[in-house]
Design a binder for this molecule. Structure first.
Ligand code: KIV
Length: 275
């Protein structure tokens, strides 16, 4: 059954957790979809994980459309949420609606995600008014990394904590169907969760959120450039891949791959005629 924004609404109403994980390609999206996870986020973290950038600033609309479309082709049931990249919505409400529309039409997203609180509420309202579901993103918002001065836990002062709660209420009022809370102390994230009617999806925000999201490459041990404290490695696929590549290299070089099992045959009389 296709997960929709209504599934998120019902989950909050029934106190059921929602799951989200990132993907950036067709094959991974298919595996995630088959696992039963509710939602796939085509995060602009693809800049780090897939493209090798230091941050998400350089990610373009074309990157998001290219990867978003691949994920959408692999996701039959999971709700596909595609990130709006840096400067695709901050510049104006008009740009925000046009670019959100492109993610729906060209990437076949089911929803879009953008970063920020009260300052982007006009964009959230205009995009939702255009019939496009919006997931908000508060706390550590990586597109503002240069303003934050680094990857730091957010909302730790009274003023910052109050602003986070106000921003969460503002994005809900503007029409967001869910809000990601990134790198927020657990008790504050729980307070936010209990203060709004839309699901909070935590990443580094503790168990009190309505759901959780992780970067898939972190969760399966495929990305080693940096590992935040909030990551749990549910598998060590990176090590398994490295071992498989080394085995392949060795077997080709020592002549034990390919064998008859991986080889096509031809009638001997045909070969004889070729000499
Ligand atoms: O880009 C991304 O992967 C994200 C998650 C970390 C929430 O925004």
């Amino acid at each position: 059954m296709k997960v929709t924004v209504n599934t998120f609404k019902e989950a909050k109403a029934n106190n059921k957790k929602v799951t989200m994980i990132t993907a950036y390609d067709y094959s991974t999206a298919k595996l995630i979809d088959e696992s039963g996870i509710d939602s796939i986020l085509v995060g602009d973290s693809l800049g780090n994980v897939m493209l090798g950038y230091e941050d998400t600033i350089s990610v373009t609309m074309e990157d998001m459309i290219h990867h978003g479309a691949a994920v959408a082709r692999g996701a039959k049931n999971a709700l596909v949420v595609v990130d709006m990249p840096f400067m695709s919505y901050q510049t104006s409400v008009y740009d925000a609606v046009v670019n959100a529309g492109r993610l729906m039409k060209e990437a076949r997203a089911n929803a879009v995600k953008l970063e920020g609180g009260a300052e982007v509420c006009p964009q959230i309202k205009a995009i939702t008014d255009a019939g496009i579901p919006v997931c908000a993103h508060l706390g550590l918002t990586p597109q503002s990394i240069n303003a934050f001065g680094g990857f730091k836990v957010q909302g730790k002062t009274e003023m910052a904590a109050r602003k986070l709660i106000e921003d969460a209420k503002a994005v809900e009022a503007a029409g967001a169907f869910a809000v990601v809370l990134e790198c927020v102390p657990e008790k504050l994230a729980t307070l936010v969760t209990n203060s709004i009617g839309i699901p909070t999806i935590g990443i580094g925000a503790g168990a009190g959120c309505d759901g959780q999201v992780l970067v898939y490459a972190d969760a399966v041990g495929m990305f080693s450039d940096f590992t935040p404290k909030f990551v749990k490695k549910f598998a060590n696929v990176g090590e398994m891949m490295k071992q498989a590549f080394a085995d392949y290299d060795r077997e080709v070089k020592e002549g034990t791959f390919p064998t008859a099992e991986q080889t096509y045959k031809i009638d001997e009389s045909i070969i004889e005629k070729l000499y």
